[in-house]
Design a protein around this ligand. Structure first.
Ligand SMILES: *Cc1c(COP(=O)(O)O)cnc(C)c1O
Length: 385
């Protein structure tokens, strides 16, 4: 009992701080979500293009996929017998979309980020990372033997300063700069064109860019911010997650073929974990073909995002967002939770985000727009903010 009491006391502390987390059961249909029989507009999902919620799309996929191909388990790592044709088909589609560069997929974005960095970075590597990168990259860096220095969030001048400082240090053979394109909590974005320009001034630098929130929603074909800013070929490790706008599960890396081969030989979560079921690969491939065509949905998402960003600013909140992720930064955790409850009561499912997901005293409502949201929905929401 003594041990359980210890953990119960820890939970009590979280509760007092307004930081206790719990699962909530829910039922979803289209753009709506129902919790305890209360129906709300879903503004907490990462299904940015509304494809995960699209039932016709699912029907089409199953109609096109005969039962013989609906493998629900790969039963093994890809290096043993898990490398089903669906894997090679999806990677080949990715490769084709991304200018013929090599593609490698992973079980999740989290696996990807905790696996690639430790495989690549040794003690002669310096990692320079944006202060606000996702926990999965932090964990990846922690698992590596590299030296790790952070630069101020989205401050490329600070990054340049650090590069000048460390580039001449013989202790380092390589410097990997790690960032996101669109950041998951502030919804702001890195100037990728400028980042690439900086990289070109420093021989030792390689770029690692996570497009978890950019894939699907940016660029003519939805290939992300790298497509939008025409730098697909300049980013050494272009990674992203498939569980958001891509309405599936997994992570992908676009890289040089040598890097791909190297990771197949060294990346532990790839080697020691059972590969995703082939049906998931087939679905990811099916969705990719759709996403390449969804220009209108992307334009709509962009339009409602701009409307909401401007409204949040007009209401007097700081709003760093330039994307579909629109935070309303309140600060205090308990107040944020109360505000979220009030909005939920009014029919808008918006989640509070609290430390340690975001820095202390920056608790916020994280509004996550999807292409299913209409301008008229926003009018109501904006009044309530
Ligand atoms: C969601 C997310 C991940 C993790 O991806 P999963 O597929 O959900 O494991 C990685 N990086 C960023 C920036 C994310 O937002």
């Amino acid at each position: 009992m003594k041990h359980v009491e210890h953990f119960a006391a820890q939970l009590d502390i979280l509760k007092q701080q307004g930081n206790l987390r719990r699962f909530t059961s829910n039922v979803q249909q289209g753009r709506m979500i129902r919790i305890h029989d209360h129906e709300m507009l879903n503004l907490a999902s990462n299904d940015y293009l509304g494809l995960a919620a699209n039932i016709e799309l699912r029907e089409q996929f199953f109609d096109e996929t005969p039962n013989a191909q609906r493998w629900m388990s790969s039963a093994s790592s890809r290096l043993l017998t898990g490398n089903f044709p669906e894997y090679e088909q999806f990677e080949s589609s990715l490769s084709q979309a991304f200018h013929g560069r090599a593609a490698l997929v992973f079980n999740s974005g989290y696996h990807m980020n905790i696996g690639i960095l430790p495989a690549l970075a040794d003690s002669k590597t310096l990692i320079l990372a944006d202060k606000l990168i996702h926990a999965s990259m932090i964990d990846g860096i922690r698992l590596s033997t590299a030296k790790f220095v952070r630069y101020r969030h989205n401050d490329l001048a600070h990054l340049t300063q650090l590069l000048h400082k460390y580039h001449t240090d013989d202790a380092f053979e390589r410097i990997i700069v790690v960032t996101e394109s669109i950041f998951s909590m502030d919804g702001d974005e890195t100037d990728l064109a400028e980042l690439v320009r900086i990289k070109k001034q420093f021989e030792k630098v390689m770029l690692y860019v996570d497009e978890a929130h950019g894939i699907g929603v940016r660029g003519e074909q939805g290939l992300g911010c790298a497509e939008q800013y025409q730098v697909i070929d300049e980013i050494d490790f272009l990674v992203g997650a498939l569980g958001k706008a891509m309405a599936s599960i997994g992570g992908y890396l676009i890289c040089h073929p040598v890097i791909r081969d190297y990771l197949i030989n060294t990346m532990r979560p790839l080697i020691f974990s059972t590969a995703q079921p082939p049906i998931c690969m087939a679905w990811s491939n099916f969705i990719l073909q759709q996403v390449l065509q969804l220009k209108t949905a992307r334009q709509h998402l962009h339009s409602i995002s701009q409307t909401l960003q401007q409204a949040v600013q007009t209401k007097g909140f700081a709003c760093p967002s330039t994307s579909q992720i629109v935070p309303v930064i309140i600060g205090d955790s308990s107040k944020t939770v109360e505000k979220a409850k009030a909005l939920q009561h009014a029919g808008f499912y918006i989640m509070p985000v609290r430390p340690p997901t975001v820095p202390q005293h920056s608790s916020r409502l994280r509004i996550s727009l999807t292409a299913q949201v209409r301008h008229t929905d926003l009018d109501q929401l904006i009044q309530l903010l």
